[in-house]
Write a protein that binds this ligand. Structure first.
Ligand code: ZN
Length: 297
Protein backbone atom coordinates (compact mmCIF):
# COMPACT_ATOMS: atom_id res chain seq x y z
CA UNK A 1 0.00 0.00 0.00
CA UNK A 2 1.22 3.51 -0.79
CA UNK A 3 1.84 5.77 2.18
CA UNK A 4 -1.30 7.44 3.55
CA UNK A 5 -1.02 11.11 2.90
CA UNK A 6 -4.39 12.46 3.96
CA UNK A 7 -5.22 12.21 7.63
CA UNK A 8 -8.80 12.64 8.78
CA UNK A 9 -9.44 13.39 12.43
CA UNK A 10 -13.12 12.88 13.07
CA UNK A 11 -14.69 14.81 15.89
CA UNK A 12 -17.99 14.20 17.64
CA UNK A 13 -20.46 12.89 15.06
CA UNK A 14 -18.14 12.44 12.13
CA UNK A 15 -15.80 10.18 14.11
CA UNK A 16 -18.55 7.63 14.68
CA UNK A 17 -19.96 7.98 11.16
CA UNK A 18 -16.65 7.49 9.34
CA UNK A 19 -15.55 4.66 11.56
CA UNK A 20 -18.55 2.71 10.24
CA UNK A 21 -17.76 3.63 6.62
CA UNK A 22 -13.97 3.47 6.54
CA UNK A 23 -12.68 0.12 5.48
CA UNK A 24 -9.08 -0.89 5.81
CA UNK A 25 -6.41 -1.89 8.20
CA UNK A 26 -6.69 -0.82 11.86
CA UNK A 27 -3.21 0.09 13.05
CA UNK A 28 -2.27 0.23 16.71
CA UNK A 29 0.54 2.74 16.94
CA UNK A 30 2.73 3.90 19.79
CA UNK A 31 4.52 7.25 19.85
CA UNK A 32 7.04 9.01 22.11
CA UNK A 33 3.99 10.89 23.41
CA UNK A 34 1.95 7.81 24.27
CA UNK A 35 -0.84 6.06 22.42
CA UNK A 36 -3.22 7.96 20.13
CA UNK A 37 -6.97 8.08 20.76
CA UNK A 38 -7.36 4.63 19.22
CA UNK A 39 -6.28 2.50 16.29
CA UNK A 40 -5.81 4.44 13.07
CA UNK A 41 -7.76 3.01 10.16
CA UNK A 42 -5.68 3.16 7.02
CA UNK A 43 -7.27 2.48 3.68
CA UNK A 44 -8.76 3.95 0.55
CA UNK A 45 -11.72 6.25 0.71
CA UNK A 46 -13.14 8.29 -2.15
CA UNK A 47 -10.14 7.33 -4.28
CA UNK A 48 -7.55 8.63 -1.84
CA UNK A 49 -5.21 6.96 0.60
CA UNK A 50 -6.43 8.05 4.00
CA UNK A 51 -5.57 7.50 7.63
CA UNK A 52 -8.60 7.96 9.81
CA UNK A 53 -8.60 8.62 13.54
CA UNK A 54 -11.66 9.29 15.71
CA UNK A 55 -10.48 12.02 18.09
CA UNK A 56 -12.50 10.87 21.09
CA UNK A 57 -11.63 7.19 20.68
CA UNK A 58 -13.56 4.42 18.97
CA UNK A 59 -16.27 4.47 21.67
CA UNK A 60 -16.19 8.20 22.38
CA UNK A 61 -14.61 7.87 25.80
CA UNK A 62 -12.05 10.71 25.79
CA UNK A 63 -13.22 14.14 26.90
CA UNK A 64 -11.65 17.15 25.15
CA UNK A 65 -9.12 17.80 27.93
CA UNK A 66 -7.69 14.28 27.86
CA UNK A 67 -7.58 13.63 24.11
CA UNK A 68 -3.92 12.70 23.42
CA UNK A 69 -3.44 15.46 20.85
CA UNK A 70 0.34 15.08 20.63
CA UNK A 71 0.17 11.31 20.15
CA UNK A 72 -2.55 11.72 17.52
CA UNK A 73 -0.58 14.16 15.38
CA UNK A 74 2.67 12.25 15.89
CA UNK A 75 1.08 8.93 14.92
CA UNK A 76 -0.27 10.44 11.69
CA UNK A 77 3.15 11.94 10.98
CA UNK A 78 4.73 8.51 11.49
CA UNK A 79 2.35 7.11 8.89
CA UNK A 80 3.55 9.64 6.34
CA UNK A 81 0.53 11.92 6.58
CA UNK A 82 1.25 15.45 5.34
CA UNK A 83 -2.31 16.81 5.22
CA UNK A 84 -4.94 16.63 7.94
CA UNK A 85 -8.62 17.42 7.57
CA UNK A 86 -10.25 17.65 10.99
CA UNK A 87 -13.84 18.08 12.06
CA UNK A 88 -15.39 19.20 15.29
CA UNK A 89 -18.81 19.95 16.72
CA UNK A 90 -19.28 23.56 17.82
CA UNK A 91 -21.86 25.96 19.14
CA UNK A 92 -22.77 28.92 16.94
CA UNK A 93 -22.12 32.43 18.22
CA UNK A 94 -23.74 34.06 15.18
CA UNK A 95 -27.35 34.20 14.13
CA UNK A 96 -26.35 33.61 10.50
CA UNK A 97 -24.38 30.43 11.24
CA UNK A 98 -27.36 28.14 11.54
CA UNK A 99 -27.30 24.82 13.36
CA UNK A 100 -26.68 22.00 10.86
CA UNK A 101 -24.38 24.14 8.71
CA UNK A 102 -20.63 23.79 8.25
CA UNK A 103 -17.85 26.33 8.73
CA UNK A 104 -14.36 26.15 7.22
CA UNK A 105 -12.63 28.02 10.03
CA UNK A 106 -9.94 30.62 9.37
CA UNK A 107 -9.04 31.79 12.88
CA UNK A 108 -8.97 30.45 16.41
CA UNK A 109 -8.69 31.88 19.92
CA UNK A 110 -7.14 29.71 22.61
CA UNK A 111 -9.02 29.56 25.90
CA UNK A 112 -7.69 26.14 26.95
CA UNK A 113 -5.51 25.91 30.03
CA UNK A 114 -4.61 22.32 30.87
CA UNK A 115 -3.29 20.68 27.73
CA UNK A 116 0.17 19.86 26.43
CA UNK A 117 0.44 22.15 23.44
CA UNK A 118 3.93 21.67 22.03
CA UNK A 119 6.26 18.85 21.02
CA UNK A 120 9.21 20.93 22.20
CA UNK A 121 8.66 21.30 25.93
CA UNK A 122 12.10 19.91 26.79
CA UNK A 123 13.85 21.98 24.13
CA UNK A 124 14.84 23.14 21.68
CA UNK A 125 13.01 26.45 21.82
CA UNK A 126 10.74 26.56 18.77
CA UNK A 127 8.40 29.42 17.83
CA UNK A 128 6.32 28.54 14.77
CA UNK A 129 4.29 31.23 13.02
CA UNK A 130 0.60 30.77 13.78
CA UNK A 131 -0.97 34.01 12.54
CA UNK A 132 -2.93 31.94 10.05
CA UNK A 133 -3.60 28.75 11.94
CA UNK A 134 -5.19 26.80 9.07
CA UNK A 135 -3.56 25.83 5.78
CA UNK A 136 -4.71 28.23 3.04
CA UNK A 137 -4.34 25.59 0.31
CA UNK A 138 -6.47 23.09 2.17
CA UNK A 139 -9.06 25.73 3.03
CA UNK A 140 -9.32 26.65 -0.65
CA UNK A 141 -9.80 22.99 -1.60
CA UNK A 142 -12.57 22.66 0.99
CA UNK A 143 -14.24 25.83 -0.25
CA UNK A 144 -14.10 24.68 -3.86
CA UNK A 145 -15.61 21.37 -2.80
CA UNK A 146 -18.29 23.25 -0.86
CA UNK A 147 -19.76 24.39 -4.16
CA UNK A 148 -20.67 20.77 -4.86
CA UNK A 149 -22.48 19.95 -1.61
CA UNK A 150 -26.05 20.81 -0.67
CA UNK A 151 -25.43 22.01 2.88
CA UNK A 152 -24.42 25.66 3.34
CA UNK A 153 -20.70 25.97 4.09
CA UNK A 154 -19.44 29.25 5.57
CA UNK A 155 -16.11 30.27 4.09
CA UNK A 156 -14.63 31.63 7.30
CA UNK A 157 -15.14 31.64 11.03
CA UNK A 158 -13.27 32.37 14.24
CA UNK A 159 -13.38 29.35 16.56
CA UNK A 160 -13.07 29.96 20.29
CA UNK A 161 -11.54 26.86 21.86
CA UNK A 162 -12.60 26.47 25.48
CA UNK A 163 -11.28 23.89 27.93
CA UNK A 164 -14.61 22.27 28.76
CA UNK A 165 -16.01 19.80 29.38
CA UNK A 166 -18.62 22.22 30.72
CA UNK A 167 -20.18 24.62 28.23
CA UNK A 168 -19.72 28.39 28.56
CA UNK A 169 -21.62 30.61 30.93
CA UNK A 170 -23.91 33.15 29.34
CA UNK A 171 -21.45 35.91 30.31
CA UNK A 172 -18.64 34.02 28.56
CA UNK A 173 -20.78 33.50 25.47
CA UNK A 174 -21.38 37.26 25.25
CA UNK A 175 -17.64 37.88 25.79
CA UNK A 176 -16.78 35.45 23.00
CA UNK A 177 -19.13 37.30 20.68
CA UNK A 178 -17.48 40.60 21.59
CA UNK A 179 -14.15 39.04 20.68
CA UNK A 180 -15.54 38.45 17.18
CA UNK A 181 -15.83 34.71 17.79
CA UNK A 182 -18.19 32.86 15.47
CA UNK A 183 -18.12 29.39 17.01
CA UNK A 184 -17.25 27.83 20.33
CA UNK A 185 -15.78 24.36 20.60
CA UNK A 186 -13.35 22.34 22.71
CA UNK A 187 -10.96 20.47 20.44
CA UNK A 188 -9.29 22.55 17.73
CA UNK A 189 -6.42 23.33 20.05
CA UNK A 190 -3.76 22.28 20.62
CA UNK A 191 -4.39 20.02 17.59
CA UNK A 192 -3.85 22.81 15.02
CA UNK A 193 -0.72 24.07 16.82
CA UNK A 194 0.79 20.60 16.90
CA UNK A 195 0.02 20.01 13.23
CA UNK A 196 1.89 23.25 12.44
CA UNK A 197 4.86 22.13 14.55
CA UNK A 198 4.77 18.81 12.70
CA UNK A 199 4.82 20.78 9.41
CA UNK A 200 1.51 19.35 8.26
CA UNK A 201 -1.26 21.09 6.37
CA UNK A 202 -4.29 21.26 8.66
CA UNK A 203 -7.81 22.58 8.26
CA UNK A 204 -10.90 22.35 10.42
CA UNK A 205 -14.51 21.87 9.43
CA UNK A 206 -16.72 22.97 12.30
CA UNK A 207 -20.23 21.50 12.53
CA UNK A 208 -22.61 23.96 14.15
CA UNK A 209 -24.88 21.84 16.33
CA UNK A 210 -26.83 24.59 18.09
CA UNK A 211 -26.67 28.21 19.15
CA UNK A 212 -24.48 28.76 22.19
CA UNK A 213 -26.26 30.14 25.26
CA UNK A 214 -25.99 33.83 24.23
CA UNK A 215 -29.25 33.25 22.38
CA UNK A 216 -32.40 32.46 24.34
CA UNK A 217 -33.33 28.80 23.84
CA UNK A 218 -36.45 28.18 21.78
CA UNK A 219 -39.52 26.94 23.67
CA UNK A 220 -39.74 23.17 24.15
CA UNK A 221 -37.49 22.57 27.11
CA UNK A 222 -34.22 20.76 27.58
CA UNK A 223 -35.24 17.41 26.07
CA UNK A 224 -36.38 19.02 22.85
CA UNK A 225 -33.13 20.97 22.67
CA UNK A 226 -30.98 17.86 23.10
CA UNK A 227 -32.97 16.06 20.39
CA UNK A 228 -32.43 19.01 18.08
CA UNK A 229 -28.69 19.10 18.81
CA UNK A 230 -28.36 15.39 18.04
CA UNK A 231 -30.32 15.76 14.81
CA UNK A 232 -28.09 18.67 13.74
CA UNK A 233 -25.01 16.68 14.65
CA UNK A 234 -26.16 13.80 12.47
CA UNK A 235 -27.02 16.14 9.60
CA UNK A 236 -23.76 18.08 9.96
CA UNK A 237 -21.70 14.89 10.14
CA UNK A 238 -23.20 13.54 6.94
CA UNK A 239 -22.58 16.89 5.25
CA UNK A 240 -18.99 17.04 6.50
CA UNK A 241 -18.34 13.49 5.23
CA UNK A 242 -19.66 14.56 1.83
CA UNK A 243 -17.53 17.70 1.86
CA UNK A 244 -14.40 15.70 2.69
CA UNK A 245 -15.18 13.13 -0.02
CA UNK A 246 -15.41 15.85 -2.68
CA UNK A 247 -12.31 17.61 -1.30
CA UNK A 248 -10.20 14.45 -1.55
CA UNK A 249 -10.76 14.40 -5.30
CA UNK A 250 -9.64 18.03 -5.63
CA UNK A 251 -6.56 17.92 -3.42
CA UNK A 252 -3.87 16.85 -5.89
CA UNK A 253 -4.61 19.91 -8.02
CA UNK A 254 -4.22 22.19 -5.01
CA UNK A 255 -0.80 20.98 -3.87
CA UNK A 256 2.05 23.24 -2.89
CA UNK A 257 2.62 26.86 -2.16
CA UNK A 258 1.28 26.97 1.37
CA UNK A 259 4.49 26.81 3.39
CA UNK A 260 3.14 24.38 6.01
CA UNK A 261 5.77 21.81 5.07
CA UNK A 262 8.59 24.15 6.05
CA UNK A 263 6.99 25.71 9.14
CA UNK A 264 10.04 25.00 11.28
CA UNK A 265 12.39 26.98 9.03
CA UNK A 266 13.46 30.03 11.03
CA UNK A 267 11.41 28.72 13.99
CA UNK A 268 14.14 26.80 15.83
CA UNK A 269 15.82 29.39 18.02
CA UNK A 270 18.11 27.13 20.06
CA UNK A 271 21.49 25.81 19.17
CA UNK A 272 20.53 22.15 18.79
CA UNK A 273 23.75 21.03 20.45
CA UNK A 274 22.35 22.49 23.69
CA UNK A 275 19.38 20.08 23.60
CA UNK A 276 19.81 16.69 25.23
CA UNK A 277 20.68 13.90 22.81
CA UNK A 278 17.72 11.79 23.97
CA UNK A 279 15.30 14.64 23.23
CA UNK A 280 16.86 15.18 19.82
CA UNK A 281 16.52 11.50 19.04
CA UNK A 282 12.90 11.50 20.17
CA UNK A 283 12.13 14.51 17.98
CA UNK A 284 14.19 13.27 15.04
CA UNK A 285 11.23 13.13 12.62
CA UNK A 286 10.85 16.90 13.09
CA UNK A 287 14.49 17.90 13.49
CA UNK A 288 16.23 15.59 11.00
CA UNK A 289 16.89 18.23 8.38
CA UNK A 290 18.26 20.70 10.93
CA UNK A 291 20.55 18.01 12.32
CA UNK A 292 21.74 17.27 8.77
CA UNK A 293 22.40 20.95 8.09
CA UNK A 294 24.29 21.21 11.35
CA UNK A 295 26.37 18.13 10.53
CA UNK A 296 27.17 19.60 7.12
CA UNK A 297 28.53 22.86 8.57
ZN1 ZN B 1 -0.50 23.77 3.91
Amino acid sequence: MRPATIGIIGGTGLGELLLKQAGGEALTIDTPFGAPSGPIVRGSWAGAEVAFLPRHGPRHTLNPSVVPYRANIWALKQLGVTTVIASGAAGSLRQEMHPGELVVCDQVIDRTFRRESTFFEAGPVVHVAFADPFCPRLRQALLRAAQQVQTPVHDRGTYICIEGPQFSTRAEAHLHRQWAGDLVGMTCLPEAKLAREAEMCYALIALATDYDCWRPAPPGGHDELVKEVLANLQRGSEAAAELIRVTLALLPAEAGGCGCGTALDLAVWSDLSATEAATRTRLAPLLARFEAARAGK
